[in-house]
Ligand binder design. Structure first.
Ligand code: NDP
Length: 297
């Protein structure tokens, strides 16, 4: 009995071969997609070419080799730097830009793509490179529904797709919202470690102490349903903790940072939320009432 031939998979071009772009190429190759790659710094293509990708000599060649081009770049400006001189090759192409930028930049890019006869899907990949192609990987995608339907199976090789609508800014907004939590958390971890190591304790001793605070935060705030209810309804009962109590602690973190000579920018920003909530009359409400001053800023 002869083996049935592998079905032909969609040819994909990937432009941008940082850690994320390279991980996407590997996942696509594992799923038997023919992949052409281009990167400003050519040497970064060596590993994925060794793994089976073909190196395009120019961005034009990458565009013409596939119906869809995936961009993995530091920001949207890089897309114009790379494709701005190759707009003739854009007609009929679908660009999936999985780079970070603002929602407005994504909307502007959709208009730019359309003006050159191309379609833009925008996306935000929500996991780091080692998780690309695993069951835990997912990405937000927005843009024209027909284009999403056409390329969703290719994108699902990178991660499970969450299509959030036609507005090209929406996937970016969700990406930025997640990264807002993530980046602030990372900075708070570093700040907390700096406080403790200034007293002579090592990071090796402190990090295992502090990580459980991170992982149990969802439980400590009563779970997502309760939080969402407070935020959606404006109901912030302060029966277990109040803005006055937590604002006092926010003051103490600023004062401790200053006394120890550790950067106080992040705790000052947090303290300002409590100060403004107290000034707005939420002192005896729950911390969730900070939302009322944050969203009004
Ligand atoms: P890198 O910054 O390492 O790589 C970005 C790519 O952009 C490189 O190929 C780089 O080219 C290219 N680039 C940047 N500026 C220009 C320019 N002006 N002209 C041409 N090429 C340019 O980023 P990552 O691979 O880590 O990330 C790519 C995207 O994925 C980012 O938008 C990031 O926010 C997102 N992301 C990253 C995650 C991560 O953990 N790494 C997680 C989730 C999303 P060159 O090699 O020549 O410098």
């Amino acid at each position: 009995m002869t083996a049935s031939p592998t079905p032909t998979r969609l040819p994909v071009a990937v432009i941008g071969l940082g850690p994320m772009g390279q991980a996407m190429v590997r996942a696509l190759l594992r799923s038997d997609h023919p992949v052409a790659v281009w990167n400003r710094t050519e040497s970064r293509a060596a590993d994925v070419v060794a793994a089976g990708a073909s190196l395009a000599a120019t961005p034009d060649d990458a565009l013409r080799s596939a119906d869809v081009v995936v961009l993995s770049l530091t920001r949207y400006g890089a897309m114009y730097d790379i494709l701005g001189d190759h707009t003739a090759a854009l007609a009929g192409t679908t660009i999936v830009n999985l780079s970070s930028d603002t929602p407005d930049e994504s909307r502007r890019a959709a208009e730019w793509a359309e003006s050159h006869g191309a379609t833009l899907l925008t996306g935000g990949v929500m996991v780091p490179p080692p998780m690309i192609g695993t069951d835990d990987a997912y990405l937000y995608v927005s843009g024209p529904r027909e284009a999403f339907d056409r390329f969703s199976s290719m994108l699902s090789v990178i991660g499970a797709t969450r299509y959030v609508g036609a507005d090209p800014g929406l996937a970016q907004l969700l990406y930025q919202a997640h990264l807002d939590v993530f980046l602030t958390t990372l900075s708070s971890l570093l700040h907390a470690t700096a406080l403790v190591t200034s007293a002579g304790m090592s990071a090796a001793d402190f990090v295992p102490e502090v990580l459980p605070t991170l992982t149990s935060t969802a439980e400590m705030i009563g779970g997502g349903e309760a939080l969402a209810h407070s935020l959606d309804t404006g109901d912030h009962p302060g029966d277990l903790s109040t803005v006055l109590m937590m604002g006092a602690t926010a003051d103490h973190i600023v004062a401790t940072s200053e006394a120890l000579g550790v950067d106080s920018g992040l705790p000052r920003a947090v303290k300002s939320h409590y100060d403004r909530a107290i000034a707005a009359g939420y002192g005896s409400a729950n911390w969730t009432s900070l939302y009322e001053v944050v969203k009004a800023s």
